[in-house]
Write a protein that binds this ligand. Structure first.
Ligand code: ZN
Length: 263
């Protein structure tokens, strides 16, 4: 038998404490940090969600509509997404079929986002933000999808600050399988210094990302894997800073807090 993180924590995920919502009163211009996960991997359910609950850590799970009704066991099903939502994780869109939006016609872009939203809203889950699949994005896609969301996360490898802020072009830094807790601590220290908003982009959460890739194990889907140990180390570091210095938020909460940056 393989023990998962959920086994190790001796919990039934559905009964974990809910991640509390962030309020405007908690924001004093301090740095913000967001965990933004792409693709809807099944491993988030047992290897990320329990840590978000344990550390009361907000996050955004960006979900493809077609995958939650498909039969690929690597992806969460609708019931798992519903549990994540009920535990206080923001559910964002990631296109209906994981398409590179810049390659599509205007009509197909609309289909990819509108269907994704409809599938999630059918679960009773409100959708406010999109993470662009492959971070594939341009001005044309921007002009279309901004009618459907209150924010769009892309990539760009930098933090969000007043001078570069665009709620429909949110910047993120990507965690790769060789990214350490110390590396991410460096990103966080920089965000605290800048009083900026750091969005951390994540994908698979597997027990041994580098070893898995070296062995060609099927858990290693891509370069962008990380481990539960890295997640937990980063969450502990974030909470050690104190919320007045560094406030963890989901994507939609962050957008609402930094509204003044849009002036
Ligand atoms: Zn993706």
């Amino acid at each position: 038998m393989v023990f998962t993180t959920a086994d190790a924590l001796h919990v039934n995920i559905e009964f974990l404490p809910r991640v509390p919502a962030v309020t405007k009163e908690q924001y004093n211009g301090q740095a913000l940090v967001t965990f933004s996960y792409d693709d809807g991997y099944m491993n988030w359910y047992s290897k990320a969600l329990p840590y978000h609950s344990k550390y009361a850590m907000p996050g955004t799970f960006n979900i493809n509509g077609s995958r939650i009704y498909g039969d690929d066991p690597h992806f969460m099903k609708a019931s798992h997404v519903w549990v994540a939502d009920s535990l206080g994780i923001e559910i964002g869109a990631h296109t209906q079929d994981h398409k590179a939006l810049t390659t599509l016609t205007d009509e197909d872009i609309i289909y990819q986002v509108a269907t994704n939203i409809a599938v999630l809203e059918d679960l009773g889950i409100p959708v406010h933000t999109l993470a662009a699949s492959y971070s594939d994005y341009d001005e044309r896609v921007y002009s279309i999808v901004s009618d459907y969301f209150e924010g769009v996360r892309v990539y760009d490898g930098v933090t969000n600050q007043a001078h570069n802020y665009d709620r429909y072009w949110l910047k993120a830094k990507a965690v790769k399988n060789y990214t350490t807790v110390e590396d991410i601590q460096g990103w966080i220290d920089e965000a605290i210094q800048e009083r900026s908003w750091l969005i951390i982009m994540l994908h698979n959460v597997v027990d041994d990302p580098i070893e898995g890739c070296a062995n060609g194990a099927d858990e290693c889907d891509e370069l962008y894997d990380t481990s539960p140990q890295v997640l937990e180390g980063v969450m502990q570091y974030i909470n050690a800073q104190g919320k007045d210095t560094l406030l963890p938020v989901n994507t939609y909460e962050g957008i609402q807090l930094v509204e003044a940056w849009e002036q």
